[in-house]
Design a binder for this molecule. Structure first.
Ligand code: PLP
Length: 467
C-alpha cells in the first residue's frame, strides 16, 4: 500500500469499530457513577501519577485502546469533581447527564457553526435558543443572542456593539476609522466590577484607567446616588451578581437614569442574570429589560457544560455590524448565520448544550434550579453561623463569604478544607479581609452535602488550632 494511504486505511477501519467508543462510554459512565462520592480534589497520588503523560512526541501511532486507558487511569483521578455536589470554588456549575449525552452525539456530528450553509441544524438551534432566552429572562422578543466561550467574551461583544453604536451616533464609523482620532466615549463602571469587564475595556481600546468608577455600598452594589451625570455618549456597566457577595446593582433605578440620558447600559450577569427566571429572585434583576446588552454564562448557574457564554443585545444591527466580517467565500444566507453574532469564525455548535438544558428543564425546572442553589446557600450560611463562623455578606443569591476568628485561622482552615477532599472552596478578599468563598452552583448539591460541608469546616478549623 502507498505510504500516504496507510493512515487513511487505519482510520477507516477504526471508524466502524465501535470498541473504542464503547470503551470511552464505559469509562465515562464509571466516572459519573463515582462522582458524588469521590474526593473533590485529586489526592497526592493522583497528582504524582500525572507524570505518566510526560513523554516525547511519539514517532509512531499509538493504539486507541491504550491511549484511552492512559487517559482514564491517570486523567480521571486527576480531575476536580466540579460536577459533584461539594465543589464550591469560583462560580462553577455542574452538568446534567442527559445534556452530556446530547453533547456526545453533537460531538460526533462535529459541526461548523458560523453559517447556515455549514450547519442548518446549528443555525436552527441558535435561533430557537435566542427566542427561548429572551422569553425566559423577560427581555424584549427580538433581542439578538450570540454564543461565545464565556461571559468574558460575551461582555466584550456587548461592549463592541456599544462602542460601534455610540460612535455611530457621533458620525464616526469605528469599524473603518478605528479609535484614533475618534470622539471619546465615557465609560462608567462600579468599583466592584468583575476583572473581565476591565479586560474587555482594555482589549477594545476603551482603557481600564480612564473609566469613571462609581462607589459601592457595603455589599458591593453600585450606589445610585453616586452615579455621575450620564449622556448619550456613555457606556454604563452594571452587575447582576457580585462574584464575591452575590449582590446585585440597583438595576431598575440606574437603568431609568441611563435611559433618560440615552446612555448604553450593559449588564454583566455571568451567574446572576438567571435570577430573572425565578419568581422568588426576580426582584434582584428588576428593570434589567431596560438595558441594552447583557452577558451571562450557561456554564455557571444553568449548569450547562463549559464553553457556553451568551451575549444578548437589544440593537441587533449594532451587534451584527460590530462583528461583521466579509470575504468572497463567506456565504451569508437569509437564515441565521451565527458568525454575525460572535468574534469567532470557525467554532463548534455551542447551541446544542444550551438548547438541550433549556429543553430538559423547562421554565419551571430553571426556576427550581435557581431557587435550589439559593436555598442551599442560605442553609449553609445559617448552619455555619450556628457553628461560630462569621458570614460577612447578605446571602441574597448563591454566594457566601466566611471567616473564622482571625485571618490566620481563616487561612489555616481553608488550607485544611482544600486538602480534606470533603469539599473544595476558594479564597477571596472582602473589605480587605481574607475570606473563604463558597459558591453553591451545582444542581447536585443536596441538603446533606451542605451538612457534610459544614462538618468539614468545623473539623478543618479544629485541625487548624492543633497545627
Ligand atoms: C465568572 C464571571 C465572569 C467571567 O465569565 P467567564 O465565563 O469565566 O468568562 C464575569 N463576570 C462575573 C460576575 C463572573 O462571575
Amino acid at each position: 500500500m502507498a505510504i500516504s494511504k496507510k493512515l487513511q486505511a487505519r482510520m477507516i477501519k477504526l471508524a466502524s469499530d465501535r470498541a473504542v467508543f464503547n470503551q470511552a462510554k464505559d469509562y465515562a459512565l464509571d466516572y459519573l457513577d463515582g462522582i458524588f462520592e469521590r474526593e473533590v480534589y485529586p489526592n497526592d497520588i493522583a497528582l504524582q501519577n500525572l507524570k505518566h503523560f510526560d513523554e516525547p512526541m511519539p514517532i509512531d501511532a499509538d493504539d486507541p485502546a491504550s491511549m484511552l486507558k492512559l487517559l482514564h487511569d491517570y486523567g480521571s483521578p486527576a480531575t476536580v469533581a466540579t460536577t459533584g455536589g461539594r465543589y464550591f470554588g469560583l462560580v462553577v456549575g455542574g452538568s446534567f447527564a442527559p445534556v452530556l449525552a446530547v453533547k456526545w452525539l453533537a460531538d460526533v456530528w462535529d459541526q461548523l457553526a458560523p453559517l447556515y450553509v455549514t450547519s442548518p441544524i446549528m443555525a436552527k438551534l441558535e435561533t430557537v435558543s435566542e427566542q427561548w432566552m429572551n422569553d425566559l429572562l423577560g427581555l424584549p422578543k427580538d433581542c439578538a443572542m450570540g454564543l461565545v466561550s464565556g461571559t468574558s467574551m460575551a461582555t466584550m461583544v456587548g461592549f463592541a456593539a456599544a462602542r460601534y453604536e455610540l460612535l455611530r451616533r457621533a458620525d464616526w464609523d469605528v469599524n473603518t476609522k478605528g479609535l484614533f482620532g475618534a470622539p471619546p466615549i465615557r465609560v462608567v463602571v462600579g468599583a466592584e466590577a468583575h476583572s473581565s469587564v476591565f479586560k474587555a475595556l482594555a482589549i477594545l481600546g476603551l482603557g481600564k484607567d480612564r473609566v469613571e468608577l462609581v462607589p459601592v455600598d457595603e455589599q458591593g452594589r453600585m450606589r445610585a446616588d453616586k452615579v455621575p451625570a450620564l449622556d448619550d455618549n456613555t457606556l454604563l456597566i452594571l452587575q447582576a451578581g457580585n462574584v464575591n457577595s452575590g449582590s446585585f446593582d440597583p438595576i431598575d433605578e440606574i437603568c431609568d437614569m441611563a435611559n433618560k440620558a440615552g446612555a448604553w447600559v450593559h449588564v454583566d450577569g455571568a451567574f446572576g442574570l438567571w435570577a430573572a427566571a425565578s419568581k422568588n429572585k426576580q426582584y434582584l434583576t428588576m428593570g434589567m429589560e431596560k438595558a441594552d446588552s447583557w452577558s451571562v454564562d450557561g456554564h455557571k448557574t444553568l449548569n450547562t457544560p463549559y464553553d457556553c457564554g451568551i451575549v444578548i443585545c437589544r440593537d441587533r444591527n449594532a451587534m451584527i455590524t460590530a462583528m461583521q466580517a466579509s470575504g468572497d467565500y463567506i456565504l451569508y444566507s437569509d437564515q441565521r448565520d451565527g458568525m454575525l453574532y460572535s468574534p469567532d469564525m470557525s467554532r463548534r455548535g455551542r447551541a446544542v448544550e444550551l438548547w438541550a438544558t433549556l429543553k430538559l428543564l423547562g421554565k419551571s425546572g430553571v426556576e427550581e434550579l435557581v431557587d435550589g442553589l439559593c436555598d442551599r446557600a442560605c442553609q449553609f450560611a445559617t448552619d455555619i453561623t450556628t457553628e461560630g463562623f462569621n458570614v460577612l455578606n447578605d446571602v441574597v443569591f448563591n454566594q457566601v463569604l466566611v471567616t473564622c476568628g482571625s485571618p490566620e485561622e481563616t487561612a489555616a482552615t481553608l488550607r485544611n478544607l482544600q486538602r480534606s477532599g470533603e469539599c473544595w472552596c476558594g479564597s477571596g478578599k472582602w473589605h480587605e479581609m481574607p475570606v473563604i468563598r463558597v459558591s453553591v452552583c451545582s444542581w447536585a448539591t443536596t441538603e446533606e452535602d451542605i451538612s457534610r460541608t459544614v462538618r468539614a469546616f468545623v473539623k478543618a478549623r479544629r485541625d487548624s488550632c492543633k497545627g
